[in-house]
Design a protein around this ligand. Sequence first.
Ligand SMILES: Nc1ncnc2c1ncn2[C@@H]1O[C@H](COP(=O)(O)OP(=O)(O)O)[C@@H](O)[C@H]1O
Ligand code: SF4
Ligand SMILES: [Mg+2]
Length: 315
Amino acid sequence: MKPMLRLENLTVEFGRGAQRVRAVHEVSFDIAQGETLGLVGESGSGKSSLGRAVLQLIPVAGGSVHFEGQELVGLSSGKMRSLRRHVQMVFQDPSLNPRQRAGDMLSEVLSTHALHTGAERGPRIAQLLDLVGLKTEHAERFPHEFSGGQKQRLGIARALAVEPSFIVADEPLSALDMSIQAQIVNLLIRLREQLGLTLLFISHDLDMVQYLCDRVVVLYLGRVMEIASTVELFSSPAHPYTRALLSAAPVPDPDQAPPQVVLHGDPPSPLNPPSGCVFRTRCPHALAACAETTPELRPTSAGRLLACWRHDELN
Ligand SMILES: Nc1ncnc2c1ncn2[C@@H]1O[C@H](COP(=O)(O)OP(=O)(O)O)[C@@H](O)[C@H]1O
Ligand code: SF4
Ligand SMILES: [Mg+2]
């Protein structure tokens, strides 16, 4: 499949001098048109920074982001503004203006992009509300009159208003109750099919990632540890970090075998990452060599990508 988005050595840094944090470290991967790519990793692993950097919402310290053949890094703000229509972000908290009715909010987005002017405006707003499972009369409501799940639906409608082809969804379910989470995931699945969307789905909920995504990128301290298809990753996680992450997740079926590896403690400070393999301080398979040089992401014979010195033994 044709890549819609291609990241090459994307790097994001915050702070200066001794306080400098490399939140995303030379990350490279593609997202194919129509694909849903999951981005997983513990809190602080750089998922949000990566998602924001892809859409140029925060400065990039190095590397490139090709979107449909166009380089986004260093693009003038005028050109980026017109591209914004095609790339949108959905957040955990949709941050709705409490004094603005839902319909006015959508109308404002359409005005900003000069879309559906005049008599087309009302029907388009009704259509957007319907698309995300809300009703036409919801246009008259203020944010406080919506439930958490309805607010997230409205946040998704706002992103869809500009007819994007690519959406970064950053933990869109984290603020919602379990039953509502399933509804929003099913909404994303329906919209993906109906509108042909390409998605970068950021989540720490591995069940949802397994349910929704085609392929998964595993991040640890800003670096990619493993990239594999969802089926492969969940049936046979290869990287020691992926194994630990999956075994640390709650097991829905109590009859299933207990986890073999457990992730102890917190990740090291990104201000002072370990030498060599950044996972070595928590890795049950670490060798002396792991402290010396950083393993590169390399393809295995099975076609997945792993950054681990014990690459051949562990997959
Ligand atoms: N605006 C910021 N200023 C300074 N450090 C930041 C900022 N945003 C994120 N970071 C740091 O970058 C790292 C990655 O954070 P983030 O991308 O939010 O991770 P995640 O989304 O995986 O939890 C963390 O160490 C975090 O403290
Ligand atoms: S390179 Fe070494 S420390 Fe890092 S994941 Fe592989 S075995 Fe563990
Ligand atoms: Mg985050």
